[in-house]
Design a protein around this ligand. Structure first.
Ligand SMILES: *[C@@H]1O[C@H](CO)[C@@H](O)[C@H](O)[C@H]1NC(C)=O
Ligand SMILES: *[C@@H]1O[C@H](CO)[C@@H](O)[C@H](O)[C@H]1NC(C)=O
Ligand SMILES: *[C@@H]1O[C@H](CO)[C@@H](O)[C@H](O)[C@H]1NC(C)=O
Length: 403
């Protein structure tokens, strides 16, 4: 019994905002492009599944689909039979091409970790009970395809091991996620972690002097005060008539962008229909012109136990006695936890002190500047334009409830 528990936790990252220069487009193999499309498709299915959970309608949501899919794909290295099948179809991959999937993840990991104009780190780690011997083949593939760090620990010393893992997570997330594990079970035999840390500087920074307390409309009846940043400048944007949503791009250095989508008819209507194809369309159609923009400062932490969510997406056997993890060990294992934490910070950083005179409004004339005001619920994406990959995704419903 004591050996029956494989704890799998998926993790984290943290986003700060900043920015700058557009990266050169690299030649991409067809195979990799396909994998990125599958990843984005998974991102939206996961989002819909998370917001479908009880009482999440009124909550802020923020997570890294990349971190979750990477943890699931790494886990699939040790899965066989029906369990493997469920993981692959849950992720949107074809089971007969597992080698290609793992190679594509390796390629993505390496290329993201090479980017130097933003602070970006993606990786995995494996903690193994010192008395437990996983198959050498599994450990070797974790290292080869997922560049996994490996540690031998004693889970029965829960306080010590909790501290060790939390310290690792904290280092990888630059202190943004410092208490990842709260209640480590002493019967854990293995623990898989995946993380994404991203911090970029805005290409066009906001000025702290223009940030003011303003009103955010949570819904028709509720308003909350929020620190609202302001900037008048040239931005890429696109109005999607089909979705009745205004999309604003805030670019970072090196082809990374934050995309904010502000629906006219309420967030639910947008959430239901938005898809990876919309991201592709927005990227293609965005146009630069002068806008006055209002964007709330955000400092958000989220935490999800994804067991029910993943079960609902068809990846259920791994959490039950039906789990087939014979690629990890001939001992009977199952996954007992699947935790994901994320944090997001949006601020003016990179602030150059441009004095902004408070002309918020002009009569319609040739010099009329449209206003995009994120003063009501909106969706948020952090993407790599070069690879069209969604790194982070979420929605801001109430900027006052940040944890
Ligand atoms: C953005 O990248 C360029 C090089 O591509 C670098 O010179 C510049 O300092 C970077 N800007 C920021 C804000 O990091
Ligand atoms: C796991 O899957 C493999 C491949 O389908 C199968 O041969 C094996 O019997 C399964 N093991 C268990 C414990 O279900
Ligand atoms: C999976 O890939 C194999 C070979 O590459 C192909 O024959 C099969 O039709 C694919 N299945 C699905 C569901 O795409």
């Amino acid at each position: 019994m004591a050996k029956n528990i494989l704890c799998l936790w998926s993790c984290l990252f943290s986003v700060l905002i900043y920015t700058s220069v557009h990266g050169a487009l690299e030649q991409e193999t067809e195979n990799n492009i396909q994998i990125f499309e599958n990843n984005n498709d998974f991102a939206f299915r996961l989002y819909k599944s998370i917001v479908a959970q009880p009482d999440s309608q009124s909550k802020n949501v923020f997570f890294s689909p990349l971190s979750v899919s990477m943890a699931l794909a790494a886990l699939s290295l040790g899965a066989a039979g029906e369990t493997h099948q469920q993981l692959f179809s849950g992720l949107g991959f074809n089971s007969s091409s597992s080698e290609e999937v793992h190679k594509a993840f390796l390629n993505l990991l390496q290329s993201l970790n090479q980017r130097t104009d933003v602070d970006l780190e993606v990786g995995t780690a494996l903690y193994v009970q010192d008395t437990f011997r996983p198959h050498a083949d599994f450990l070797e593939k974790m290292k080869r395809f997922y560049l996994s760090d490996g540690f031998s620990v004693d889970f029965t010393k829960t306080a010590e091991t909790t501290e060790q893992i939390n310290k690792y997570v904290s280092e990888k997330t630059r202190g943004k996620i410092s208490k990842f594990i709260k209640d480590l079970k002493s019967r854990t035999v293995m623990y898989l972690l995946s993380y994404v840390y991203f911090r970029g500087k805005w290409l066009i920074p906001f000025s702290t002097r223009s940030t003011r307390k303003r009103t955010f409309h949570v819904d028709d009846e509720t308003t909350v005060p929020v620190q609202m940043m302001y900037k008048k400048d040239f931005f890429d944007a696109y109005y999607d008539h089909q979705l009745s949503a205004q999309v604003l791009f805030l670019h970072y250095n090196d082809s990374f962008s934050m995309m904010l989508a502000l629906p006219e008819k309420g967030l639910c209507a947008l959430e239901e229909v938005v898809s990876p194809q919309h991201i592709v369309k927005w990227l293609k159609r965005m146009k630069e012109r002068e806008y006055e923009i209002y964007v709330p400062k955000l400092s958000l932490k989220t935490s999800y136990s994804l067991k029910d969510t993943l079960t609902g997406m068809g990846m259920m056997d791994m959490f039950t006695r039906k789990a087939n993890l014979t690629g990890i060990s001939s001992d009977k294992l199952l996954v007992t936890e699947f935790v994901h934490q994320a944090s997001l910070d949006v601020d003016e950083t990179g602030a150059t002190a441009t004095a902004v005179t408070g002309v918020e409004f002009m009569f319609a004339s040739l010099s009329f500047t449209p206003v995009i005001n994120f003063n009501r619920p909106f969706m948020i994406f952090v993407i790599d334009r070069q690879r069209k990959t969604v790194l982070f995704m979420g929605k801001i419903v109430n900027p006052e409830n940040m944890t």
